[in-house]
Design a protein around this ligand. Structure first.
Ligand code: SF4
Length: 238
């Protein structure tokens, strides 16, 4: 692997090109969950880059999100690998605690089963992953770097690098890019949703609310990470 590390002066497009150059085929992938990630897919496609795409299908997504996945697949001609939770683990959780235990005892357990375990399985096969995380998305993301060693999913014998090419972009920049390049977006954005996750854990936000206020709204703002990024936004190395 080339030791060159991403620079603050890299544009997202330069960074994506660099990722493709630094990592072997199918060893780096874009994690698709929202508008920012499709901006990255749009950039990669326009640059002719061969970067894999995956997404977490928790089984609790909005119908509009499933339609959006298909729209993106058709628009860009990309395969989107859907990562699903272990059926036995979901069955046990639902058997023991029902379908809405997260409203009573927090989202950690359900996210662990439906998101973290399938993501961990996938990331064990990669050397790098690419997300659309931005610093201004949340009080928990203000220090997100454009490149970091993944503190949550690296292991003693497997180093994983995480790239956040849009870390320094604002929401306004993302939406300007979407409009300028006619990038498809989730129809739920037209209904007041900003940050979109699972259907039971996402609601629209008001004009003066922060974009992550609609996620796990019954919990404290400092708890609004689902484990996909939690340790990385606390322990920065990049
Ligand atoms: S966001 Fe909600 S429904 Fe989705 S995995 Fe987490 S707790 Fe479960």
């Amino acid at each position: 692997m080339d030791p060159r590390k991403a620079s603050l002066h890299d544009t997202p497009q330069q960074l994506l090109k660099d990722v493709e150059r630094r990592f072997a085929a199918h060893q780096a992938a874009i994690s698709f969950s929202g508008a920012e990630d499709v901006v990255l897919i749009d950039m990669a496609c326009h640059l002719g880059l061969e970067i894999d795409v995956f997404s977490l299908d928790t089984g609790r997504l909005h119908p509009e999100t499933y339609e959006y996945l298909e729209t993106v697949r058709d628009r860009y001609g990309v395969q989107i690998e859907l990562l699903m939770p272990e059926p036995d683990a979901v069955a046990k959780l639902v058997h023991d605690k029902g379908l809405f235990s997260f409203y009573r005892d927090g989202h950690g357990e359900c996210c662990s089963v439906r998101k973290i375990e399938p993501l961990r399985r996938k990331l064990a096969t990669l050397d790098a992953w690419i997300t659309g995380q931005r610093k201004d998305q949340s009080v928990t993301r203000t220090d997100v770097p454009i490149e970091q060693e993944d503190q949550a999913f690296s292991t003693a014998d497997h180093r994983l690098i995480k790239f956040n090419p849009l870390a320094d972009w604002t929401s306004q920049q993302v939406w300007a890019y979407i409009r300028q390049h006619d990038v498809p977006y989730n129809k739920l954005h037209d209904q007041g949703f900003v940050s979109i996750g699972c259907q039971p854990c996402t609601r629209p936000v008001g004009p003066h609310e922060h974009e992550r206020a609609g996620r796990w709204w019954w919990e404290e703002a400092t708890q609004k990470e689902c484990g996909l990024h939690a340790q990385n936004v606390v322990k920065m190395v990049g």
